[in-house]
Design a protein. Structure first.
Length: 422
């Protein structure tokens, strides 16, 4: 029986495709032929990627009446052309290079790549990638740079710990955070030339003073002037990174201010704090119409198992694949934080972690957080409602347990007849 599909008209009448390089791009335009109905006219031209030439290209596309421009996500070279054409009112599509691989057995040149991309685009055989609007792009740039600097600071702190280990200074064995108030005072004293373990141990504050004897042993090492020179450079770098992160946090707060309502709603999710909410909005934006359902969002973020079937049998490992690394990082951190809470997400994390391990639990709870975020962002009036720790207990009663037991027996070949209770 024939069924109506979701697709509309197959051919985009006036379309252009760009094969983009660092210094030059190749533009292919395909439009209807005015003299021969059903035929197409094609133009392939090369343009430099300087702004002046991009403006010339935009004028030419407007002259030809092009409505949609498609380009591959080639490194970061696509950004200039994409943003300029977007500002000129064109419908710009960024597509995954994996979806537009050239046919095997044919020559591969920039011209042929542009023509092939244009033919795929006019037949609507491509899917656009998610490119957020300008305001969210600005937020994303700051948020991602902040995440990168946090990683750089963590690496620098690890170098400090390795340097201390090289000098046989075991401070990290005694202090949980060598960059706390006590730790920084001790490190500063080492840089200043203090080598007496007892004097260094006396710099401990608060609860760390209960471990003075261990601190004396920890500072009994071979710390030299060479170590002091390197440690001073490392600490200065950490301090500079802290200052840069403070500036980025201030800028992030300025950019996120118009989205305060969305931040508050996301902050209600267990495991998602203010910083995580900022990062989620930077990666997802607030317009969920780009993702028709929560399942579309989960699939785009690669938090759903891949489906591969051949000859009626599932193939592969069902892995989720690799998605947005910045989004995956914040979802992973939020999932771990949620696992420590007395909430539905916390109980879900612990149940899955016990049976299948922490990694599976992180992906499962990260997916749940994405689904909740989609609903909260899709409806401004929506509010988070926690199902509670006892949600799973209320779902499993005697009747479901009985049916499950019957299915297990029947799978073993037994014939089971249920009698009504007396």
């Amino acid at each position: 029986m024939l069924e109506e599909t979701q697709e509309t008209e197959e051919i985009i009448q006036r379309v252009a495709a760009l094969d983009i390089g660092k210094a030059e791009l190749t533009c292919c335009v395909r439009v209807p032929s005015p003299d021969a109905p059903g035929k197409r006219l094609q133009e392939v031209r090369a343009y430099q990627t300087m702004t002046r030439w991009l403006l010339v290209m935009a004028d030419r596309l407007a002259e030809l009446g092009v409505t949609r421009v498609v380009m591959e996500a080639t490194s970061d070279y696509w950004r200039g052309a994409f943003y300029l054409l977007e500002a000129h009112g064109f419908e710009t599509w960024l597509v995954n290079a994996r979806d537009v691989k050239h046919l095997p057995g044919r020559p591969k040149t920039d011209t042929l790549d542009a023509v092939w991309l244009c033919k795929l685009a006019e037949r609507q055989m491509l899917r656009p990638s998610f490119v957020p609007p300008p305001a969210i792009r600005q937020l994303r740039d700051v948020a991602r740079y902040r995440a990168d600097l946090v990683a750089v600071r963590t690496a620098e702190k690890q170098r400090v710990e390795k340097l201390l280990e090289d000098a046989q200074i075991k401070l990290s064995v005694v202090a949980s955070d060598i960059f706390g108030v006590s730790g920084r005072a001790m490190l500063a004293a080492l840089v200043a030339g203090e080598r007496d373990p007892k004097i260094l141990a006396q710099l401990a504050r608060a609860r760390l003073r209960a471990k003075l004897g261990l601190l004396v042993e920890a500072f009994s090492g071979f710390f030299t002037d060479q170590h002091a020179f390197l440690l001073a450079k490392m600490l200065a770098r950490v301090d500079q990174l802290d200052a840069d992160l403070a500036d980025l946090d201030a800028k992030l707060g300025e950019l996120i201010a118009p989205l305060a309502g969305a931040v508050e709603r996301l902050d209600e999710i267990p495991g998602v704090g203010q910083v995580a909410a900022h990062l989620l909005l930077a990666e997802l934006g607030t317009d969920m119409t780009r993702f028709p359902t929560a399942g579309h969002l989960v699939s785009w973020a690669k938090f759903a198992p891949g489906v591969t079937e051949s000859a009626g049998k599932p193939k592969g490992s069902g892995s989720t694949g690799h998605g947005n690394p910045y989004l995956a990082r914040v979802l992973g951190e939020a999932a771990v934080a949620a696992g420590k809470t007395d909430s539905f997400l916390g109980e879900r994390y612990r149940r899955i972690a016990r049976r299948r391990g922490a990694k599976k639990a992180i992906v499962a709870v990260g997916r749940s957080i994405l689904v909740i975020a989609w609903h909260l962002l899709s409806d401004p009036e929506a509010r988070f409602h926690d199902l509670g720790v006892g949600f799973y207990d209320t779902r499993v009663g005697p009747e479901p347990a009985k049916r499950n037991h019957v299915r297990q027996l029947e799978a073993l070949g037994y014939k089971v007849t249920l009698h009504p209770a007396a």
